[in-house]
Design a protein around this ligand. Sequence first.
Ligand SMILES: Nc1ncnc2c1ncn2[C@@H]1O[C@H](COP(=O)(O)OP(=O)(O)OP(=O)(O)O)[C@@H](O)[C@H]1O
Ligand SMILES: [Mg+2]
Length: 377
Amino acid sequence: MMREWEPGKIVPSVLLVDDHEVNLVALEGILKPLGARIVKARSGEEALLSLLRETFAVILLDVQMPRLDGLQTAELIKQREQTRHIPIIFITALSREAAYVFKGYAHGAVDYLLKPIDPEILRAKVRVFCDLYVRGEEIRKQALESDVKDVFFTSVVHELQTPLAAAKAQAQLALHQLGEQRGEAGTAQALRVISQQIDRLAQLVGDLLDVNRLEAGQLELQMGEFDLGALLQEVASRMQPESGLHPIEVRAPHSILMTGDRARIEQVVANLLSNAIRYSPEGGPITVNAEKNGENVRIAVSDRGLGIGKEHQQLVFERFGRAHGPTLGGLGVGLTISKGIVQQHGGTIWVESTGRAGEGSTFHVRLPTRGKPEDQG
Ligand SMILES: Nc1ncnc2c1ncn2[C@@H]1O[C@H](COP(=O)(O)OP(=O)(O)OP(=O)(O)O)[C@@H](O)[C@H]1O
Ligand SMILES: [Mg+2]
């Protein structure tokens, strides 16, 4: 009996409202076998306070109380959006009163019990509401934790892509049209900023979709042969900041042929470089080393920035995992995506850092040169 609510580990709470302590104790005794949490209120006002603090599966409400009586209390409960749905069982000595109550609440979840109370009937009624509550909460919990939420989330994020693409196209068009006129430098600059911000948003949206695809195992690789050395040079020169604070140097053999998804590997390198820049606010050189090592290639991206303490070195590869405060920006998914891509290629990624600012970090990536072994058939 006591373990009745065990499965979902959701324990329903029942609110007892009566101005007589003896009645409260008696009700509590009757309901005890249900194993629900019991909260007692000695007046309508006290009941309303309890309702502000937590939610209940059902409320047992004595109709005859001084000041705020049961009916008035119920009125107030039904007026509040957050408490309107909570079922109420009125307890009254008068059947005339009970009939009146029912007229007023034709549609709400309202029931009544006549005094003297039959313990069996009371328990049965309360149990029904507790059951309903627990089942409802379980469904809510599952929906929150499961695919339903992911599907919803993914479709929302997916929908963001269309307006972003349209906005980007309009900004580009406007820039193009301005280009043909003179003396509009300020407007052109504003449009360029708008265009860059749209790119950032599109990047965020793309990242979120990638995380979801990776977790659902739906990230498909477009395998092909390419030169990793050339790719590294290309990404490095594209990402080289103009400030001069972060000179990027690539040290790699002239050509490293490998099989993999070029665009996705490029995404990994770009993520590591953007992190190296972002997390070395004081500047410092950034190096990209690459070498072929038997059947594998090794890439190492080093910076002289903030570093990552040992305690955070696992976390940073987790979804939304960050080692530094939000001030440096970042959603915390770049490394999650990179790890997913590397692993899908049959490789590994890890970080090496003392965690001392100025000593920086090195991110290592090991990839098989000939694609993932099982893909070779
Ligand atoms: N080179 C680095 N030096 C120091 N800390 C780093 C470095 N790269 C990553 N980190 C830490 O790891 C965390 C996770 O990095 P990740 O790239 O996954 O997310 P992010 O950079 O915060 O956001 P984004 O999703 O935009 O990439 C960062 O927030 C930062 O704390
Ligand atoms: Mg990042």
